[in-house]
Design a protein around this ligand. Structure first.
Ligand SMILES: [Zn+2]
Length: 629
């Protein structure tokens, strides 16, 4: 159990790793650029023009939108402001936090009693607000947070019997339990575990749902429920792990793996997320995935990494964070999609094969389809940065996911060290760590070796590089002195994944590669940079890859806007053939032909770039079969 950081108190199960307080990890290099892009994009300006987050929001004491949008926004704004140490962003967050911390009523209820169009006393928006307050506390030690959370938990204790969880809160109960456990770990008040148990009992039984999974096909209009909802599923991925902390039941722990496997099997996409537009939609790469599901799946994996300490969750987190997340936003992060498609060849206002979503769902804009993602996507990058490092049970540090950053934390005997992590990962194969410490200190440094790398090498100082096992944590336990370095090499061979209808996807390390297409951004409304855009293809898309493609790899500098089509830091050149019978249908790439596909067209050179750099693309390719004359 970590001696330096708040972790689970008995009887909660000890967790494998302890999340570090907000502010411990700071972005550097391209990740700093990305966070700055976000801060000077929508996150830093949305309050100026989106009425839902303007001064009339009920969470600010106004009389409009008072449901999830304010707390959603803060769930990303607060961590971004602290990791950038940005005074303007902190000031923006403080205005909301002051209002929230002062609006609790005598019963302990926190926030607006009833938001327009919603039922009164809805636990769901408060659940998000509590997550925000825990982050605020970790960064500032604002003692009011503990008091406010205690009073809200007292409210729950007194009222859950007559005002049980309903609707969204019932399906998202694990997020409420997380905050109750957070408070218990700081106060040790045993009654809080009773409250957590009541919440879990009233919550939807995801465990049984996945044991007997009824959603094995694309959801039909008459079978949509809150259990088929893509965001609820992304949040539910962590529920078995969260509840295991209190139940200690092996079945709860195991259910996490079963949940992920089940969603992959029936709805998995190459980006690591599953489809949902906005209900589970099968494995067809022309179906959509809602942006809220992307960031919520990431958050679920970040929690699971801490709870269970399995490096496999780090692999999945990177697959989603470095592909699905950047793809759903314009490179400048001023506009986003509601639904992204893995095979996405036209973004326009038009009917598509979604189950429930509207015609605007795949354009890049301020509020395509519905405003939940507009408010919620802000948490993606900041929470990834926060979670790159965690404390180990024996007072060391673990690099659970990679990206350029620095971490400052107490280790070993309590010495505060800083580790600088320099890397072009995920575009490059090498990660370098440099330890800064005021005095020599012994502690274990754990490095996640991804499951996909065949021959990882770890080199401490000038010693011989040592091989490390894929899919494990490599521990280096020694006395560290100021300036000590570790160099990790994670070879990223190109691998070919066979997917829906025997199609093929090209993967290199954490990155999925996609066809680079000509993209024409057409202004629909607004004034750039705050605008809505259609994206139209200017080059063909209906390519297939041969069974054994060969690739020439070219690296380019990592620019200050890393995820842009023209700035791809790594490019694969290969040969492909058009498949003339594969055409548009329902304004999307038509049904993927079952591979292998016969084609008489001739070879052409194509470029593949990281999926996250694209706005239009093909990423699940048919496999071509050369027709013999
Ligand atoms: Zn959403």
């Amino acid at each position: 159990m970590s001696r330096h950081y708040s972790t689970n108190r008995p009887p909660l199960q000890p967790q494998a790793l302890t999340p570090l307080p907000l502010g411990s990890v700071k972005p550097r290099g391209w990740l700093l650029d990305q966070c700055r892009v976000q801060g000077s994009g929508l996150t830093g300006h949305i309050e100026e023009f989106w009425p839902d987050l303007g001064p009339k929001n009920m969470w600010l004491g106004g009389d409009s939108e008072g449901w999830e949008r304010g707390p959603y926004y803060l769930d990303g704004l607060v961590p971004l402001a602290h990791m950038l140490a940005d005074a303007r962003l902190k000031q923006m967050a403080a205005r909301w936090l002051e209002s929230i911390l002062r609006m609790q009523d005598a019963s302990g209820w926190l926030g607006p009693v009833q938001a327009p169009y919603f039922r009164p006393y809805d636990h769901w928006p408060v659940t998000i607000a509590l997550k925000v307050l825990t982050q605020h506390y970790e960064a500032t030690a604002d003692a009011r947070v503990i008091d406010v959370m205690n009073r809200f938990c007292t409210y729950l204790q007194n009222t859950l019997a007559e005002r049980p969880l309903f609707d969204w809160a019932q399906y998202r109960w694990a997020d409420l339990v997380l905050s109750i456990h957070w408070l218990y770990n700081r106060t040790g008040a045993a009654w809080l575990l009773d409250v957590a148990a009541k919440v879990a009992r009233q919550g939807f039984d995801w465990h049984s749902h996945f044991e007997n999974f009824p959603c094995t096909e694309k959801t039909t209009l008459d079978s949509c429920t809150l259990a088929t909802h893509v965001v609820n599923n992304a949040m539910a991925v962590k529920s078995g792990g969260v509840w295991w902390r209190q139940s200690g039941a092996e079945a709860d722990r195991r259910s996490v793996y079963h949940t992920i496997e089940t969603l992959d099997r029936y709805h998995g996409q190459v980006t690591g997320v599953f489809s949902g537009d906005e209900h589970l939609a099968g494995r067809d790469p022309s179906q959509g995935t809602e942006l809220c599901a992307v960031v919520e799946y990431m958050y679920s994996l970040e929690e699971l990494l801490a709870i269970l300490g399995d490096p496999v969750f780090g692999d999945r987190l990177e697959r989603i964070a470095y592909n699905a997340l950047p793809a759903a936003c314009t490179p400048d992060m001023w506009a986003h999609q509601y639904d992204q498609q893995v095979n996405q060849v036209l973004c326009s206002v038009a009917p598509r094969q979604w189950t429930t979503n509207s015609d605007t769902s795949n354009i890049y804009g301020l509020e395509p389809n519905y405003g939940c993602c507009t408010a919620n996507f802000h948490q993606g990058w900041p929470k990834l940065v926060k979670s790159l490092w965690m404390a180990t049970a024996d007072d060391g540090l673990a690099a659970v996911a990679y990206g350029p950053c620095s971490v400052t934390a107490r280790v070993g005997d309590g010495t505060e060290v800083t580790i600088i992590e320099d890397t072009g990962y995920p575009f490059r194969e090498e990660v370098c760590f440099t330890v800064a410490t005021p005095a020599p200190v012994q502690f274990p440094l754990l490095l996640r070796i991804p499951g996909w790398t065949p021959a990882a090498l770890v080199q401490v100082g000038a010693q011989e590089p040592q091989p490390a096992n894929a899919g494990s944590f490599q521990a280096i336990n020694r006395v560290w002195t100021d300036g000590d370095g570790v160099r990790v090499r994670l070879p990223m061979p190109i691998t070919l994944e066979r997917r829906y209808r025997n199609s093929m996807a090209v993967v290199r390390g954490p990155l999925v590669f996609a066809l680079k297409m000509g993209e024409e951004f057409r202004l629909m409304t607004g004034q750039p940079p705050q605008a809505d855009w259609e994206v139209r293809p200017t080059t063909p898309w209906n390519y297939g890859l041969p069974l054994a493609p060969t690739f020439a790899t070219r690296s380019a500098p990592i620019g200050s806007v890393p995820f842009a089509p023209a700035a791809a830091p790594i490019i694969l050149h290969t040969r492909a053939r058009r498949i003339p019978t594969w055409r548009m249908a329902q304004n999307s790439a038509g049904p993927l032909p079952v591979s292998p596909v016969a084609t008489s067209d001739s070879d052409e050179d194509i470029e593949l770039v990281p999926y996250g750099c694209t706005n239009l693309r093909i990423a699940e390719f048919p496999v071509t079969e050369q027709r013999t004359a």
